[in-house]
Design a protein around this ligand. Structure first.
Ligand code: GTP
Ligand code: NAG
Ligand code: NAG
Ligand code: MG
Length: 449
């Protein structure tokens, strides 16, 4: 595990350099024709860690720098964006809490419009109580019937048998049809709602989530200016039992449509064997800031149709998180996926608390950074490394910037390496003996093929 934020920053730097070299090498040495084959996507175009690109200082608001006083400054620009919540009338208390928290920490300053969606008409109580905690614009929409309910062509007997089996297997939400409706809607329909047509960007918010820090910058503008498509705060593993055939369905699609695969995709994030199997990694989609135009585009539209036609949203229990994550990792370039370290976020039971230098204090965060085990450690340990001419590989366990790094072999020998300036020592864990290498020795690294 990474010890400090300094070492974490180093890791990203090292990964970036290594990947840069590797990309050049693999492009010059390999046969271009193989690039479009699914199996080889990751081998040619490896995933690098999402950069820990901090949001630049000029994006932050300063108390004296109000938009009215400084027309033309960043604070006076606005993105074509809305904040979106899907909720039931019965969610009203939790919905109000989320809204209040995001208004306090972010939106009272920025005033982005809220959109609430529900497959039923919102109650007067829901509308009144939500409107009471929002200063700006808010609208409430009903979801068209055909965007929500299980389609007729889905074989209900087959779907029911699979739900019953999932209940017997104790799979979370395994017996719920409404949960499946919700996952399918969030995968392929929300961005088609008439209330959202006028917007490009959305920020997805759920009932009873927490925003732990002041967000004194506009994440939409940051994304627009930096050519980002999709942003997340937490990443984790999906339950395999909910998606038994999803990956094969994805592979069918990419075989038919290699033209949609981004040249510099993030396949390496989702697969440890070059695309053969899915490693279950996904962005936790209860938080998303993303471009709806990506979902509206031809690639994702065809992809969603392909998935939907199999009935997997009902015969299994495909979640919108793996569906979105797989799509964005394949059809967007990896630089277009952004990790917002600055946004302290919690959806029970997981939390992301900012760890970038100075972010926690600047954001007046109320979260405990020690509870923060999910996001970055999973990114960084996701990477496998090879070195030398053999086939040895392992996971990075620690980067030592100064002094020596030491590992003990199975036979009890200790191996040490002294970090040099600009060339940290890297501890790598693997099945046999752990090893320690200098960063420059990892330049030969190849991703799993
Ligand atoms: N209108 C409507 N919204 C729903 C329905 N089911 C879920 N949602 C919303 O869809 C989002 C995800 O549902 P959740 O129940 O939070 O699912 P989850 O985040 O996987 O699980 P939790 O751990 O229970 O939060 C939330 O914004 C819910 O309010 C439904 O049947 N109707
Ligand atoms: C906002 O984005 C949507 C979707 O891309 C687009 O249709 C609309 O014209 C945009 N509005 C403005 C004011 O740019
Ligand atoms: C944004 O990224 C896309 C995909 O990588 C690329 O085609 C486009 O040229 C980029 N635009 C800018 C302004 O950098
Ligand atoms: Mg939830």
């Amino acid at each position: 595990m990474l010890k400090t934020t300094t070492t974490a920053r180093y890791l990203f730097l090292v990964v970036f350099i290594i990947i840069g070299l590797h990309s050049i090498l693999s492009f010059t040495h390999e046969d271009y024709g193989r690039v479009t084959s699914f199996k080889n996507i990751a081998a040619h175009l490896p995933w690098s860690e999402p950069s820990l690109d901090p949001v630049p200082a000029e994006y932050f608001d300063h108390a004296s720098d109000l938009p009215a006083a400084h027309p033309g400054s960043l604070m006076s620009r606005r993105a074509n964006a809305s904040i979106l919540m899907l909720a039931r009338n019965s969610d009203v208390n939790d919905a109000v809490r989320s809204v209040r928290r995001l208004e306090d920490r972010f939106n009272k300053k920025f005033g982005y419009p809220w959109v609430f969606l529900n497959e039923e008409p919102f109650s007067e109580e829901f509308k009144t109580r939500i409107s009471n905690v929002i200063n700006g614009e808010v609208s409430f929409g009903q979801i068209p019937h055909e965007h929500w309910y299980q389609p007729d062509w889905v074989d209900e007997d087959k779907a029911k048998a699979s739900r019953d089996q999932m209940v017997a297997d104790n799979i979370i939400y395994g017996g719920s049809v409404s949960y499946r409706n919700m996952c399918r809607f969030n995968s392929g329909f929300f961005y088609r709602h008439p209330l959202l047509q006028q917007y490009k960007w959305y920020w997805r918010v759920e009932p009873d989530v927490h925003f732990h820090c002041d967000i004194d910058f506009d994440p939409f503008l940051y994304m627009e200016d930096h050519n980002k498509t999709y942003a997340f705060t937490i990443t984790m593993y999906e339950f395999r039992a909910t998606i038994p055939t999803l990956w094969d369905t994805v592979k069918d699609f990419t075989k038919k449509h290699p033209e949609y695969i981004a040249p510099n995709n993030a396949m390496g994030y989702m697969s440890d064997d070059g695309g053969d199997s899915y490693n279950l990694c996904h962005f936790w989609s209860n938080f998303e800031i993303a471009s709806m135009d990506f979902w509206r585009d031809e690639a994702y539209t065809k992809f969603f149709e392909h998935l939907d036609r199999t009935g997997g949203f009902y015969y299994e229990r495909w979640g919108d998180a793996p569906v979105h994550s797989i799509a964005v990792s394949l059809f967007a370039n990896k630089d277009q996926i952004h990790f917002f370290d600055e946004i302290g976020y919690e959806h029970n039971p997981y939390i992301h608390c900012p760890r970038g230098e100075g972010s926690w204090a600047r954001g007046k965060c109320d979260c405990d950074v020690k509870r923060n085990f999910v996001a970055l450690t999973r990114w960084s340990t996701r990477h496998r490394w090879r070195w030398g001419s053999g086939n040895v590989e392992g996971d990075i366990a620690e980067i030592v910037e100064e002094g020596k790094a030491q590992v003990t072999s199975n036979k009890g020998n200790t191996v040490t390496r002294n970090a040099r300036e600009g060339d940290p020592a890297v501890k790598i864990t693997r099945k046999g003996n752990d090893v320690v290498k200098l960063a420059h020795e990892l330049n030969e690294v190849k991703e799993a093929e």
